[in-house]
Design a protein around this ligand. Structure first.
Ligand code: GLA
Length: 350
């Protein structure tokens, strides 16, 4: 096992950022930059031991510094949308950056995905990794309180990529951290993910309006194209005449997870390579997004063009727009409390 550091280039403001290569005993390899805590690549074997990079992204720092749809990024202070970029906390109304029409998305104009994180290597008996730290100042993107965040990535010899998130604040503030990796188990740029077979551990989801904001309802998936409690190809029902698929332009919904503690979120299988991805989380929800907004305008690693639905995301999280839905599990972190959550992406082949 090893973790190695190399320069990844210079930002337009002159700051230099690095690329860390984590390799385990099975030659599984994950590359992470301290710019945005972005997972740049994930190389895993197929059923014949053939390696492929299953994460969408860019070869160089420029791609990540430009506007892009959060490939591999650490997302914060709040992942997902906050309606009309406003919320009220302890009687005070806060206005956030509106960067998704009238709504706030994934932390705003300069979210955690655009921050330079302090990085330290992790070297343990069964894992190598990276400890990243970032302090978000009081008022950043409109959020109250100074938030000190630590994210620890670990690659284990069980081919797991573990992500642990920690945070502390000096004023009450909403916090909802996630990772926005896009996966394609055939290999990045190798076609659509519509043939990937998905199981989701969720009997309910949060329906959305035309602006992708939850209506507040927790609706049963049974009898609808949102039902992945039986493994089903992503593309099997994506064109069904269904209000929710129309509102989301495909699957772009938060599912209410049925697990408790660190438990199974999803199992995704790609039959031609045999690659399997299982996700586990402590979070109550997952945004299942299937790259509906990818449109062939972005060229990623190795010159691969990312067409619509060339990647899927499993963004583990609390529910979208939680600050405006008192019935949803709260995302408010208070001084003296420790935010801690964990998500695991485990790769295998069969
Ligand atoms: C999230 C959102 C999507 C989209 C992507 C980024 O998954 O739910 O609607 O904004 O991020 O393109």
């Amino acid at each position: 096992m090893s973790v190695e550091k190399a320069p990844f280039g210079k930002l337009t403001d002159g700051r230099e950022v690095d690329l860390y290569t984590l390799t385990n005993e099975n030659a599984m390899c994950v590359r992470i930059t301290n710019f945005g805590g972005i997972i740049v690549s994930i190389e895993v074997p197929d059923r014949d031991g053939k390696m492929a990079d299953v994460a969408l992204g860019f070869d160089s720092i420029e791609g990540y510094e430009n506007t892009h749809p959060y490939f591999g990024a650490l997302v914060g202070r709040c992942g997902n949308r906050i309606a009309k970029a406003k919320f009220t906390l302890d009687g005070k109304t806060y206005t956030l950056a509106a960067n998704n029409d009238v709504n706030h998305l994934h932390g705003g104009l300069k979210g955690f995905d655009k921050a330079v994180w302090a990085a330290e290597k992790i070297e343990e008996a069964n894992a190598v990794g990276l400890k990243l730290q970032y302090t978000s100042v009081d008022g950043e993107e409109g959020y109250p309180g100074t938030l000190k965040c630590t994210v620890e990535y670990r690659l284990t010899n069980e081919n797991e990529l573990k992500i642990e998130y920690f945070a502390e604040t000096d004023k009450p503030t909403p916090v909802n951290l996630t990772n926005h990796s896009y996966f394609n188990l055939k290999g990045q740029g190798e076609g659509t993910i519509l043939d990937h077979v998905v199981y989701l551990n969720a009997k309910r989801f949060t329906p959305i309006d035309e602006t992708f904001i939850p209506t507040g309802e927790l609706r049963a998936v049974a009898g609808t194209p949102m039902d992945f409690t039986t493994p089903t190809a992503i593309g099997a029902r994506i064109h069904a005449d269904d209000e929710q698929l129309k509102n989301g332009k495909g699957y772009d919904h938060n599912f209410v997870l049925d697990g408790d503690g660190l438990s199974l979120v999803a199992r995704v299988e790609e039959k031609t390579t045999g690659r399997v991805l299982e996700a586990y989380t402590m979070e109550p929800g997952v945004q299942f997004y299937v790259g509906n907004f990818l449109d062939g305008t972005l060229t990623g690693k190795d010159g691969k063009v990312y067409e619509q639905r060339y990647g899927f995301c499993l963004e583990t999280q609390h529910f979208p727009d939680s600050p405006n839905h008192p019935d949803f599990p709260s995302i408010v972190l208070k001084p003296g409390e420790q935010y801690h959550t964990e998500t695991v992406y485990k790769f295998s082949a069969e």
